[in-house]
Design a protein around this ligand. Structure first.
Ligand SMILES: NC(=O)c1ccc[n+]([C@@H]2O[C@H](COP(=O)([O-])OP(=O)(O)OC[C@H]3O[C@@H](n4cnc5c(N)ncnc54)[C@H](O)[C@@H]3O)[C@@H](O)[C@H]2O)c1
Length: 309
């Protein structure tokens, strides 16, 4: 295969729909979204395209054009699968479901069709384990909201060929994404390892009574969080110098959280029914209005950051 052209997304949930929206941005691609039981819900995609239109990022004509270029199919896996160059599975985060889907698709798709998994935390190598052609399986970890966060972690398994890595990266770039090359299939890939190192420390600070939950978030929002999109850790370390980085780590690392189990505070909160947005209380208190505001503010912020609008 020279280039990926025919893309099939399996699973029309939150991520599958948004990944379909992403690939519709480039007329190079024929995009199909497949769902197992019912017709995929096109309204979700249209609503998100309309939000981009309302912000002046795309035109009314582009919304129509992009919707017309997404093909929705269910439940049979027909011609679209036979002609697929790239399958991206976005089905439930259940190992067996993903393994069985790829094993089944080997009987339908061409031998050179790439099988990509959008798993958040599972090993793509393990997901490939029931396949004959393990070299075609690759991780493509999109972030939520899939149409606004540019990053896609492209994860090489023990068997993925370099050709599959490059074809996948090229397709994602043409779809307007920022793919990064993850050389090893490790839990958390690249970005979630860093994100959860920060969450572990944030929760530990609350647990130790060093600061209350809102203060912890404020400390991020009004300091390094502000500059992170411009100055990320590695460049920052070079900026202050590796000697200073060494000296700071030499002093402070022994005091930082290094627990290998979830915090007991999280377990206590779960036992007390403090489930976050879902129950109206987590670390902070929530009602319908503040939940809607949190979601809206995030989308608007991301649109501003990504599109400058
Ligand atoms: N939600 C996120 O923030 C996020 C971010 C990155 C990656 N992911 C990953 O993307 C994948 C999909 O997540 P989502 O949030 O879109 O989930 P979702 O629950 O919104 O959608 C899952 C879809 O899979 C389908 N499905 C479930 N079981 C199936 C089966 N046995 N066979 C075929 N289809 C089946 C469902 O019908 C649904 O369309 C998961 O692997 C998830 O871990 C999620």
């Amino acid at each position: 295969m020279e280039k990926v052209k025919n893309v099939v997304i399996c699973g029309a949930g939150m991520m599958g729909n948004m990944i379909g929206l992403v690939f519709s941005s480039c007329p190079d691609f024929n995009v199909t979204i497949w769902n197992r039981r019912e017709k995929p819900c096109l309204e979700v995609i249209e609503d998100n395209l309309n939000q981009l239109k309302d912000k002046g990022i795309i035109t009314e004509a582009e919304v129509k054009d992009r919707m017309s270029r997404i093909n929705f199919v269910f439940p049979d896996k027909g011609e679209e699968f036979k002609n697929a160059d790239l399958i991206i599975e976005c089905v439930a985060e259940v190992m067996e479901t993903k393994q069985d889907l790829f094993a089944e698709l080997e009987g339908i798709c061409r031998d050179d069709c790439i099988f990509a998994t959008n798993t958040s935390v599972m090993s793509p190598t393990e997901i490939a384990s029931k396949c004959q052609h393990k070299e075609r399986v690759v991780g493509t970890h999109f972030w939520n909201p899939g149409h606004l966060i540019p990053l896609v972690e492209v994860v090489k398994t023990a068997d993925t060929t370099e050709e599959v890595m490059q074809l996948t990266i090229d397709a994602l770039e043409r779809a307007g994404k920022k793919p990064i090359y993850c050389k090893k299939d490790v839990p958390g890939f690249v970005a979630n390892r860093m994100q959860h190192a920060l969450w572990r420390e944030a929760i530990s600070i609350v647990e130790q009574g060093i600061a209350d939950p809102k203060t912890v978030d404020d400390a991020v929002k009004y300091s390094f969080g502000l500059r992170l999109p411009q100055l990320a850790p590695i460049e920052n370390s070079d900026m202050v110098g590796t000697q200073l980085t060494y000296n700071i780590h030499n002093y402070v690392l022994k005091y930082l959280a290094d627990n290998h189990e979830p915090s007991p505070l999280l377990q206590q909160m779960i036992d007390e029914g403090k489930m976050g947005f879902a129950s109206g209380e987590g670390f902070l208190k929530w009602d319908d209005e503040s939940i809607a505001k949190s979601k809206k503010d995030l989308n608007e912020y991301l649109i501003k950051m990504v599109y400058g609008k």
